[in-house]
Design a protein around this ligand. Sequence first.
Ligand code: UGY
Ligand code: MN
Length: 308
Amino acid sequence: MQKTNKSAFSALKLFLLSLTLCHLRFGIAEEEGFCSASFVSKSCPNSQPLYWKVTNPTLSPSQLQDLPGFTRSVYRSDHALVTPESHVFSPLPDWTNTLGAYLISPAAGAHFVMYIAKMQENSKSGPPPPDVERFLFVVEGTVTLTDISGVSHKLMVDSYSYLPPNLEHSVKCQASSTLVVFERRYAYLENYITEQVVNSTDKQLILQTPDEVFELRKLLPASVAYDFNIHIMDFQPGEYLNVKEVHYNQHGLLMLEGQGIYRLGDSWYPVQAGDAIWMAPFVPQWYAALGKTRTRYLLYKDVNRNPL
Ligand code: UGY
Ligand code: MN
């Protein structure tokens, strides 16, 4: 009799334990945001209800990052999307204590490089190759830029600098910071030279964009000496490019904020902050902002030179 009581008690304990585990499991799932309340009340992890994958897809947002081998990155002959899970960092040549990930380079068909530089404690930049101009934009942290005359500038997030070719300078970082850097071989024009620029996005005027709704700021002077410019483009959710662009210029893009859909050639890509895009000349391109917050992206564009 005593034995029967004991085993009934053990069975009850087991039942209560499995109930608790069931609750715990779905409590966690709910926090992760992919388990609906009605679903919770009718199921237990050991016996999944019919069609449960419909509401818990393998590619649910929280699982996406951990799915083996999955990436949104794409590489085509006329465009590339490079998403953060694909970034590969290694020590940047000539820089100290800095890791770099080249996201766009001539190997992809571009005439420029775009890279992310992660500067660590007591780090310092190296010089660009001879005749190469450099543009850097601070995405995170603070750096100190010093030019050959000894003049120093503190660059914080949203600040940037353009360094003409062969201008000696150094970028130093005491703690840690992240930069996006563009470099290209300067296309010299007789009687023109570029000058160093140090500024920040919020100090730039919003420019007129006839027939378009996005807000545009240009970070460099529009004068003919400069062979590229960097645009900052803002879209409110629901806004999109009116022109379905096809043009001779190349682009390197970094999404700074927001999310939306980018059309590149015949493909349509969901994109979000942190994504980088390479657009070759003449690739059809179009963007629509979605989500609940504004999209802001930073865009390299070669300008002011005859394409012949
Ligand atoms: O200026 C541009 O070419 C820009 N509107 N392109 C783009 O956003 N893809
Ligand atoms: Mn364009």
